[in-house]
Design a protein around this ligand. Structure first.
Ligand SMILES: [Zn+2]
Length: 116
């Protein structure tokens, strides 16, 4: 599934053949190479404008699954409110990526970084 309009960009896409729209479940494509299998989103970072930062890393499967949670205080990001960043990797392109959602003055800004 893709959503597009005349002035917007497609920031994330789904593989229609693997998705179930009737169940509101969409197979997300890798934001770098576009493959819909082998994509892993394993972490989230929540930052606020005061410099607080929580990082959660998920690892393992089934009863061996673990969460690593860290709270830190450091330099604030450049927005007035908070920022959520999803971190992950892709088995196909072999890189790691982060997808950021930063709130600033009533607008949410999306950013993507990729490290091969
Ligand atoms: Zn990829």
């Amino acid at each position: 599934m893709t959503h597009n309009n005349e002035s917007g960009q497609v920031l994330l896409a789904a593989d229609d053949s693997m998705s179930s729209p009737e169940e509101n479940e969409f197979a997300l494509r890798c934001p770098e190479c576009g493959e819909a299998t082998g994509l892993h989103i394993d972490g989230v970072v929540v930052e606020n404008a005061g410099g607080q930062r929580v990082q959660v890393e998920a690892d393992g499967e089934d009863s061996g699954a673990r969460l690593d949670v860290r709270l830190e205080t450091g330099q604030p990001h450049d927005g007035r409110r908070h920022k959520f960043t999803l971190t992950g990797s892709c088995e196909h392109c072999g890189g790691s990526f982060s997808l950021g959602f930063k709130q600033h003055k009533g607008t949410t800004f999306f950013s993507k970084t990729f490290t091969p």
